[in-house]
Design a protein around this ligand. Structure first.
Ligand code: NAD
Length: 251
């Protein structure tokens, strides 16, 4: 993992109790940033904090449900009260329960509440804090489901398309204020979310078949892009949906 110069900077990551979010929190800390780790799962979030502090990094946990506006505001307030400012935010929390029928209205609504409204609530509160300290960078987590169709999951599919729309909106809204807004569009990545697939050799093979690189991605391969997008190396990049999918959408 490449390390950037982020000493004195402050990052927050939602959905950081495992998977891509945990890896992102570790990557920001590895580059010297102080990190507010947040999630609805407290115990695993504290594990992320320990992984960071055991390596000499700075991190604190804040319980946050991204679909709840007050909870999101408390998260941003915690970053500012704990570390004095907010420079980088990764809006990564998400749900994808493939066992549920997303045509059921309550399942549809919950998916959009977390995967889309959650990103909007986070961006709004984060941008306010970033404006107060002269700018920053936001990375949202979309998916290849934000770029192509998925016949099984209408809410996840629509929500992830929406995240790309929100990213472009934010990029334009804050372009002159020093806030860059980008998103990542991961392909199939090995995380707790995809456990149900990676535990089955048959399902894993079918995922590899739609991935030209013939393997499943690792969380750190998404985390490194998130940190790069926040770094000065990406200083002219905004509104970009970065595809990281082993070639899946190139087919
Ligand atoms: P994950 O399940 O390990 O991580 C998601 C995290 O979000 C969990 O820790 C969960 O507790 C948290 N979360 C759920 N609801 C929340 C809420 N209301 N408020 C705050 N936190 C909440 O899975 P992951 O694969 O690391 O997913 C991270 C992101 O990447 C998600 O947005 C997901 O949609 C996206 N993604 C994943 C893949 C993949 O193949 N794993 C592919 C494309 C996109």
């Amino acid at each position: 993992m490449i390390h950037y110069q982020m000493d004195g900077k402050v990052a927050l990551v939602t959905g950081a109790s495992g998977g891509i979010g945990r890896s992102a929190a570790q990557a920001f800390a590895g580059s010297g940033a102080s990190v507010v780790v947040s999630d609805v799962q407290e115990e695993k979030g504290e594990e992320t904090v320990k992984l960071i502090t055991d390596e000499g990094g700075k991190a604190a946990f804040q319980l946050c449900d991204v679909s709840d506006e007050a909870s999101v505001q408390a998260l941003v307030d915690r970053a500012v009260s704990e570390y004095g400012r907010l420079d980088f935010a990764v809006n990564n929390a998400g749900i994808n329960d493939i066992a549920k029928d997303e045509y059921e209205l309550d399942v549809w609504q919950r998916s959009l509440d977390v995967n889309l409204t959650g990103v909007m609530l986070c961006m709004k509160a984060e941008a306010e804090a970033m404006l107060a300290s002269g700018g920053g960078a936001i990375v949202n987590t979309s998916s290849i489901n934000g770029l192509i169709g998925n016949p099984m999951q209408p809410a996840y599919n629509a929500g992830k398309h929406g995240v790309i729309g929100l990213t472009r909106h934010g990029a334009l809204k804050w372009a002159k204020d020093g806030i860059r807004v980008n998103c990542v569009c991961p392909g199939f990545i090995e995380t707790p979310m995809t456990d149900i697939i990676t535990k089955s050799a048959k399902l894993t093979n079918s995922m590899k078949l739609i991935t030209p690189m013939d393997r499943i991605g690792k969380p750190e391969e998404i985390a490194s892009a998130m940190v790069w997008l926040c770094s000065d190396a990406a200083s002219f990049v905004t509104g970009h949906p970065m595809v990281i999918d082993g070639g899946a959408t190139a087919m």
